[in-house]
Design a protein around this ligand. Structure first.
Ligand code: B1M
Length: 221
């Protein structure tokens, strides 16, 4: 990683959103994720490199959280800092947009409030030429079914970050398939695996946004 992307990782890990932010106190007055991402892009860093910096910071704070060294408010600040950096990436992921290849309905399953990964998938898929209908977070299975009805022929993407909400992913796939057996459902998120996707009857699994685009391409072909 370059110095700029390492600085970005530190801002994400520490929850330093922008220069104006007074949190964390020891970084007061210093540039935050917002300025560093913007300046790094202007200096020629690629969107992928910025993303790598973001992911590194996020995985560092996630590891510390797992070891009880930091707590939920620290995760929230990290998420805010990551969102500030990601806002600069949107135009880059969108730049590939051409005529829509189809519609992608995406959301985080019921009980789950994690949306950073889902938002990234939505951004990259949109950049891949798909129209995205984002249902947000904590989406009940019935709402996904309503969206499938309202968007005939769409592909559905489900995201889950908690082992405890994977069961809601299964319920959602079952409910969609019960009424719309032909609807293609893709799943992903940190605890989700290809084996789990098979087990719950999903049509595809990807560990990252690029893989989700490839699966969509296979549908469009
Ligand atoms: Co939470 N959290 N969190 N959290 N959080 C995790 C997931 C956790 C692993 C942390 C840990 O213990 N080390 C842990 C889950 C443990 C488990 O289930 N086994 C956890 C926990 C326990 C919790 C709470 C229960 C904490 C509490 O309250 N005690 C709580 C639950 C709230 C709820 O959802 N009901 C909670 C809350 C939160 C915040 C709200 C504070 C915040 C989320 C803010 C937000 O999203 N707006 C948060 C955060 C930030 C995290 C970590 C640190 C980072 C998640 C993230 O954004 N990663 C996370 C630890 C970690 O991941 N290291 C953690 C970056 C993101 C880009 O990656 O989401 O994996 P990810 O997405 C990837 C891929 O998974 C994939 O593509 C993305 C890009 O590569 N992908 C798909 C995702 N969806 C896809 C869909 C696809 C294809 C690919 O196709 C459709």
């Amino acid at each position: 990683m370059s110095e700029l992307t390492e600085n970005l990782a530190v801002c994400i890990e520490r929850g330093k959103i922008n220069q104006a932010a007074s949190y964390p106190p020891d970084l007061r007055g210093k540039e935050g994720a917002d300025e560093i991402a913007r300046n790094a892009l202007a200096a020629g860093e690629t969107a992928d490199a910025i993303l790598e910096g973001c992911m590194t910071g996020m995985s560092r704070i996630g590891e510390k959280f797992g070891q009880n060294k930091v707590f939920v408010p620290d995760l929230l600040m990290a998420a805010k800092a990551m969102n500030a950096a990601m806002a600069h990436l949107k135009p880059y992921f969108k730049s590939g947009a051409v005529k829509h290849k189809g519609r992608f309905v995406v959301g985080t399953v019921a009980g789950d409030l994690h949306d950073i990964g889902k938002n990234l998938v939505a951004m990259v898929v949109e950049g891949g030429g798909w129209e995205v209908v984002d249902l947000g977070v904590d989406v009940p299975p019935e709402k996904f079914v309503d969206a499938v009805k309202a968007n005939p022929g769409c592909v559905v993407g489900l995201s889950a970050l908690l082992t405890t909400t994977m069961v809601n992913m299964e319920k959602t796939v079952q409910l969609i398939k019960a009424g719309h057996p032909d609807a293609m459902v893709l799943v992903g998120g940190a605890p989700v695996t290809a084996a789990f996707a098979d087990q719950i009857g999903a049509d595809g699994y990807s560990s990252d946004p690029q893989g989700a685009v490839k699966l969509l391409e296979s549908k469009a072909a």
